[in-house]
Each structure stands twice: as structure tokens, then as C-alpha cells.
Design a protein around this ligand. Structure first.
Ligand SMILES: NC(=O)c1ccc[n+]([C@@H]2O[C@H](COP(=O)([O-])OP(=O)(O)OC[C@H]3O[C@@H](n4cnc5c(N)ncnc54)[C@H](OP(=O)(O)O)[C@@H]3O)[C@@H](O)[C@H]2O)c1
Length: 335
């Protein structure tokens, strides 16, 4: 059994699908209030828990041999912040995995952990990485840079508004990766000797500037590449101005400056050889990333994927139910 955290996310949902495509059993750790129904067609099981609830993690780990940790916080909310989820939640996840004798953990971190300093989005992931390395668990840490999907998001804003703000420095070198390729790398890392106990910078097959990645995304989808930029100092000023609005927007602005301003240190060809995966070309990835929206943002795709009205789920109520009391079979969905 493979436990996937962040299963409803952009990356995690691809991880679930690539692992299911080779017929392996997957258990998704999902929050009860989250949109997860559109993963029903994958045949994965659900365990309702939360990274901020260590007991749920321990229970989710029952019978699990492998973990792919693809969780993260994009924009913080009052309770769901980088520290609680990325740092403390991840450490609790490693602890639970260790206690249950898990054989290998793959953690998807990010390239920014090196340059990100004390910015919470990155310092929290660094804490998670250090905790995993020190846990004694066999591990692989993957550090991708930008996803191709990030550029698809920018292109959608051009489509909607005719123009977009391009974060970071336009001439920063980047290796955008398609989440499906990254998901394949995560799955391959579970038993690839060359990936065992390693921290790997990963990325797509081609190095290009942030501006070129945006322009090629627009061109591949028949859009004008109208954009404007601000120097990193400008973004830092925006972060300072955003502080009175609340910590989360200021933190988000700071994280964007690092994500789009940290030069890539990836050799795409080496990646493909190491994982034995033919990486998707940028133009092809640009077209699919633009047309395939995340199902939670696309009501039609979401409905299409809810093909099974029943699914396998283990319901966990914090502090109420013991593992032994949990239902054995798949309870019917009631909606
Ligand atoms: N996007 C990029 O360009 C990029 C680049 C490099 C690295 N990364 C890293 O890759 C990872 C995945 O990114 P992504 O874009 O797929 O993220 P995403 O779409 O924002 O997904 C984040 C996932 O984490 C889950 N999560 C958040 N808080 C949780 C909690 N308290 N308990 C349990 N699950 C929780 C979310 O579940 P809900 O559905 O319940 O919210 C969601 O499934 C992240 O660690 C990110 O930092 C991203």
C-alpha cells in the first residue's frame, strides 16, 4: 500500500493516477472538507485525516509500505500555514512512518529551499527535509523548480485579461516540469537504488529563461505574450506593503520572488536517464497543461471523473474512533 499526501493537489493527483495506472494500491490522505470526489475514477482509497492531526497520520499509516508526500501550502490561511503543515505536519508524518516500519518515503520539496532563507514557505520545507534525513527512514527528496502548469496559469490570465504580471526576474533560468513527469519520477524513486537517500534537483528536459517559458506557453496556445515585470526589489517592496493586509499575502509575494528568481541547477538529459523516463517536451507540456485544468477548477471534468458512486474510505474522527473500530469495507457515498 502506498500512502499519498496532497492527493487532491496538482502534483498529488498525478501521483495517484500514475501509481494506479500500474495497478498498485493507493491510499490518499485527504481532508474531509476537501474536493476529492473527482479522484474516484482512479480507484484509490481515501483516508480522512489532516497533517495537523498526528493521530490521523499514525492511523493512515496502517499497512503502508511506501509514502509519497506531495502536500504543501500555496497560500496560508489562519490555521493552515507553512509551519503547521509543511514543517510540523511533515515531521509528524515521518514519525508515524517510522513507527509503522515504512520502507521508503519520497518527499516533494522545492528548489527554493536553498535560496529561500527564512521565508516560511521555504524554511518550513527545509525543516521537513532535515527531519526526513535525520529520521532513519530510507528517503528520496525531490526538489523541482517551476511547474509547466505555473506558466499555463499565467497564459490563462492573458486569455482573460489580455495581459499578465510575470513574477521574478525574466532572465532567470528555469527547467519547467510537467507534473505528470514529476509524478513518474516520484513513483520511480520508491525503489530506484540511484535515488535512495538522495536529495535530487529535478526539472523538465529544457533550460530556458522564465520569460521564454511564458512566451512559448502563449505561442503554443495561440495567445499574445503580453506581460509586464517588476524587479525582485519591487516584489520585496510589494511584500512589505502587503504586510498590513496579513502575513499570508506578504509571505506569498516573497515566495513568488524566490520561485521565479532562483536559477535552475538541473540537467534535463541526466534526469531522463536517471529515472528512465522520456520527459515531455516543453511545447507538448505547454499545450496539455493549458487545456487540462485541475478538475477542482473545472466543473465538467470534475463531474466526468466521478464515475463510481461508491468509493473505499476510512473515516477517522479525531479522538473518537480507534483503528479497530473503523469500518472494514467501502461504505456507500450518500450524495
Ligand atoms: N507549483 C509549483 O510550481 C511547485 C514547484 C516546486 C515545488 N512545488 C511543491 O510541490 C508540492 C505540490 O505542489 P502542488 O502545486 O501540487 O500543490 P497544491 O496543488 O497546492 O496541493 C497541495 C496539497 O496539499 C494538501 N494539504 C494542504 N494542507 C493540508 C493539511 N493540513 N492536511 C493534509 N493535506 C493538506 C492539499 O489538500 P486540500 O485539497 O485539502 O487543500 C493539496 O492536496 C508542494 O510541496 C509544492 O511546494 C510546487
Amino acid at each position: 500500500m502506498i500512502l499519498v499526501t496532497g492527493a487532491t493537489g496538482r502534483l498529488g493527483s498525478q501521483v495517484v493516477r500514475v501509481i494506479r495506472s500500474v495497478g498498485l494500491e493507493v491510499r490518499c490522505l485527504v481532508r474531509k472538507g476537501s474536493e476529492y470526489f473527482w479522484l474516484n475514477d482512479s480507484g484509490a482509497a481515501y483516508f480522512f485525516g489532516d497533517l495537523r492531526d498526528p493521530t490521523s497520520l499514525s492511523r493512515a499509516m496502517h499497512g503502508v509500505q511506501y509514502v509519497v508526500a506531495a502536500h504543501g501550502v500555496r497560500v496560508e490561511s489562519t490555521d493552515n500555514d507553512h509551519k503547521r503543515v509543511n514543517a510540523e505536519g511533515s515531521l509528524a508524518l515521518w514519525k508515524a512512518a517510522k513507527a509503522r516500519g515504512v520502507e521508503h518515503v519520497v518527499y516533494v520539496s522545492c528548489a527554493g529551499v536553498v535560496a529561500g532563507g527564512e521565508i516560511p514557505a521555504f524554511s518550513s520545507k527545509r525543516a521537513a527535509e532535515e527531519g526526513l534525513v535525520g529520521s532513519g527512514l530510507p528517503y528520496t527528496i525531490l526538489r523541482p523548480g517551476l511547474f509547466v502548469q505555473n506558466f499555463a496559469d499565467l497564459a490563462r490570465r492573458v486569455e482573460a485579461n489580455g495581459n499578465v504580471f510575470l513574477p521574478g526576474k525574466p532572465d532567470t533560468l528555469t527547467n519547467p516540469i510537467h507534473t505528470r513527469d514529476l509524478a513518474l519520477m516520484a513513483m520511480a524513486s520508491l525503489d530506484l537504488p540511484a535515488a535512495k537517500n538522495r536529495v535530487l534537483n529535478v526539472g523538465g528536459p529544457e533550460t530556458m529563461t522564465v520569460e521564454a517559458a511564458f512566451q512559448r506557453m502563449c505561442r503554443a496556445n495561440g495567445l499574445p505574450d503580453s506581460h509586464w515585470s517588476a524587479p525582485p526589489a519591487g516584489l520585496r517592496a510589494v511584500a512589505a506593503l502587503a504586510r498590513p493586509l496579513g502575513r499570508r499575502w506578504a509571505n506569498h509575494a516573497k515566495a513568488l520572488a524566490v520561485d521565479y528568481g532562483t536559477p535552475s541547477a538541473v540537467d534535463g538529459a541526466e534526469m531522463a536517464t536517471m529515472f528512465g523516463i522520456p520527459l515531455t517536451t516543453y511545447e507538448e507540456a505547454a499545450r496539455t497543461a493549458f487545456t487540462e485544468r485541475h478538475p477542482s477548477e473545472d466543473p465538467t471534468a470534475r463531474e466526468e471523473k466521478v464515475v463510481h458512486r461508491q468509493f473505499t474510505a476510512t473515516v477517522y474522527e479525531p479522538g473518537v474512533i480507534r483503528w479497530e473500530d473503523l469500518p472494514a469495507g467501502p461504505p456507500p457515498r450518500r450524495d
